[in-house]
Design a protein around this ligand. Structure first.
Ligand code: SF4
Ligand code: SF4
Length: 217
């Protein structure tokens, strides 16, 4: 019943992709059985021709509003059913190792939403990488999505690799056992995006390696 009510929320947001996964792999496994992961498309689906950092940042902010609405609705239902849940933080709380406590990306792959592209971002068939991910951990079992085990990026596609101004991507195909450090020099990417803070008060959203992706366009 609770699953049906949750799925009903997403009927109101047909553009949003979602799925459930069990989180036995996670450090939260002793407290929550599952994660619900969802991907909200960015407001404007930018290509490399239409890309600007400002438009990309706006697309993220628009998606965040939808995402927050959905989270609110989910919380209402979970509270009503008195089911234990937790919304893990999205941002890295540690600028040294740059890992979020619960990886939305890994949960998305496990829930069957997409694979990790050569740009180190979840690639969905419908929108490519132009989505904002969110997740909520729930102490309940659901019908789980089918885990994706390997990349669907064409072997010879290098669009994201070539567009990165800092050469932070290694042109490596992801599989379920890959580490982030196999795919991207994340420190370099983060360091370069952080240079933006001085002038703009925030990191650069840099979506070049997303806008270049042919999936979803
Ligand atoms: S976000 Fe920008 S800097 Fe980072 S890997 Fe992608 S293109 Fe390069
Ligand atoms: S641009 Fe090509 S290689 Fe990069 S993530 Fe998209 S499909 Fe994969």
């Amino acid at each position: 019943m609770i699953e049906k009510n949750i799925r009903n929320i997403f009927l109101e947001y047909p553009e949003v992709i979602y799925g459930f996964t069990n989180i036995a792999y996670s450090e939260y496994a002793s407290r929550y059985k599952s994660a619900l992961v969802f991907a909200v498309p960015y407001g404007e689906q930018l290509t490399i021709e239409t890309y600007s950092e400002e438009k990309f940042e706006k697309g993220i902010q628009d998606a965040k509003k939808v995402l927050e609405e959905i989270l609110r609705l989910l919380q209402e239902i979970l509270d009503e059913y008195k089911v234990k849940y937790y919304i893990p933080p999205v941002a890295q709380n540690n600028e040294i190792d740059l890992t979020a406590p619960f990886s939305f990306k890994f949960a998305a792959v496990n829930a069957g939403l997409g694979w990790i592209g050569k740009n180190d971002v979840v690639i969905t068939k419908k929108y490519g990488p132009r989505v904002r991910l969110s997740a909520i951990l729930i102490d309940e079992q659901f019908v789980y999505g089918e885990k994706i085990l390997k990349s669907n990026c064409p072997e010879n596609c290098k669009k994201c690799i070539d567009v990165c101004p800092y050469k932070a991507l290694y042109d490596v195909q992801w599989n379920i056992n890959s580490l982030r450090s196999d795919i991207i020099n994340y420190r370099l990417c983060n360091e370069k995006r952080s240079l933006y803070i001085k002038a703009h008060g925030r990191k650069s959203a840099c979506g070049l390696c997303m806008a270049a992706c042919p999936f979803g366009t």
